[in-house]
Design a protein around this ligand. Structure first.
Ligand SMILES: Nc1ncnc2c1ncn2[C@@H]1O[C@H](COP(=O)(O)OP(=O)(O)OP(=O)(O)O)[C@@H](O)[C@H]1O
Ligand SMILES: CC(=O)N[C@H]1[C@@H]2OC[C@@H](O2)[C@@H](O)[C@@H]1O[C@H](C)C(=O)O
Length: 401
């Protein structure tokens, strides 16, 4: 037997495993690194978050990724160069984290790497019927494995698409396994660059679970701040948006996209919701001369409205539920205020720390859970293809040598 297969086999038989989850989202702020101790599998999964950190990206890293990020036209050589380069850099970041934590690479059973999405295009978005749903993540897992000496699972989204999904949201799998409660119906809301939600009924009936992107979270706000308020990267504590006034004409134009009228499940990205989208909405609403603060105030309420509409739509079909939020959007107080004001049925938005997972770590932990399922799980079926949730094992395995 190949020594790597034997090691994985032994890992899978252990009562618990150490798995490092890596998430690099659409905000391009940094690499989220979550060291998880995971016991069991399926609905018996128990996760202990031993360490968590976000390794900030350098300006050099951000500008190189931005040169190919969410763009129709790119330099293909640059994409080819970045694929291994990102894998090596993410590996070096893991090595640095392990050194800081005093943990040896040999103690880690596996790394679960999301990679960096550079383009996401479901069929509904590209409209080319000869092709299907598609998404592309770079940051090659072989390079990560060789750099760290740790078996790495990567490229999780392709199996989801191959089996009929849109490649996202994948959070639903980990949400279902880890956050389902017998006491209450739950909505897990993640507000990163793009926002998404997962509904978890207390019956744990997988046919009633659904998950969907809702539209922009921070992505357009971040892009606008980076363009007009550099070197700021985002509107810290909503300081700029609070100085502005919401423009109802621009808000209506922003809300016009067909994406918002579609039923769940649906996915999107900064390929759609970006500064060009804002410019087109300003053009249509004759608001190109609006003060920058007013634009940001409007973008803030735009994200909040689309998130609130999704929550309200979900709520219309459901009884009582509690909302647990995660992602950088929870740190944007104005966004949170707007969401609460726009959702009469939601009196409180808690964060996932109340369920034992730090809200900034949640997505990285979810990928660690997906890797655990690939190694140990698959014993209980979970999925509902009608809801865009194929019942599949995700993650490709890269050995270190
Ligand atoms: N103090 C703060 N005030 C306002 N916004 C904040 C604050 N802290 C974080 N954010 C927002 O959160 C963003 C980062 O969110 P997060 O790390 O969840 O994104 P991501 O993981 O890239 O997203 P995705 O879920 O789309 O992959 C920042 O770019 C910023 O917009
Ligand atoms: C293609 C892609 O990278 N999508 C991300 C993005 O960021 C949030 C939202 O859009 C979500 O659909 C997804 O990430 C999370 C982790 C998911 O798949 O659940």
């Amino acid at each position: 037997m190949n020594k790597h297969i034997e090691k994985l086999y032994n890992s899978a038989k252990k009562p618990s495993r150490l798995v490092i989850g890596l998430m690099s989202g659409t905000s391009l702020d940094g690499l989220d690194v979550a060291l998880c101790k995971i016991a069991g599998q399926g609905s018996d999964t128990k996760v202990e978050l031993l360490e968590f950190t976000t390794v900030d990206y350098t300006q050099n890293y951000k500008s190189k990724i931005k040169s190919v990020f969410a763009k129709r036209q790119v330099d293909l050589q640059q994409v080819t160069l970045l694929h291994p380069w990102v894998g090596v850099l993410h590996g070096q970041m893991v090595n640095q984290c392990l050194a800081n934590w005093g943990v040896q690479a040999a103690e880690i059973d596996a790394i679960a790497s999301h990679g960096q999405t550079i383009y996401h295009c479901p069929l509904r978005q590209h409209g080319l019927t000869e092709f299907g749903n598609a998404t592309l993540q770079i940051g090659d897992a072989d390079h990560l494995a060789v750099t760290t000496g740790i078996t790495t699972l990567g490229d999780f989204r392709q199996k989801h698409i191959a089996a009929g999904g849109e490649g996202a949201p994948l959070a639903v799998y980990g949400d279902y396994l880890f956050f389902t409660s017998k006491q209450e119906n739950r909505i897990l809301l993640n507000m990163g660059g793009i926002a998404n939600l997962t509904y978890l009924p207390k019956t744990a009936d997988s046919s009633a679970v659904f998950s969907s992107d809702t539209g922009p979270g921070n992505t357009i706000m971040d892009a606008f701040v980076q363009q007009h308020f550099a070197p700021l990267q985002y509107d810290k504590d909503s300081a700029i948006a609070r100085q502005g006034t919401v423009n109802s004409g621009l808000l209506s134009a922003l809300l016009e996209h067909d994406f918002f009228a579609l039923n769940f499940p649906k996915t999107t990205g900064p390929e759609v919701f970006n500064l060009d989208y804002l410019a087109a909405a300003q053009q249509r609403s004759c608001t190109h001369d609006l003060a920058l603060e007013d634009v940001l105030a409007t973008l803030n309420v735009f994200s909040a409205t689309t998130i609130a509409n999704a929550l309200n739509n979900a709520a219309a079909e459901l009884g009582e539920f509690s909302v647990y939020a995660s992602g950088g959007g929870i740190h944007n107080p104005l966004l949170m205020e707007h969401i609460l004001n726009l959702c009469p049925r939601v009196s409180e938005v808690r964060d996932t720390s109340e369920l034992g997972i730090h809200p900034d770590a949640k997505e990285a932990v979810l990928f660690a859970i997906l890797a655990n399922e690939c190694l140990v799980g698959g014993q209980q079926a979970f999925g509902n293809i009608e809801q865009g949730i194929p019942n599949v094992t995700m993650g490709k395995i890269s050995f270190a040598d």
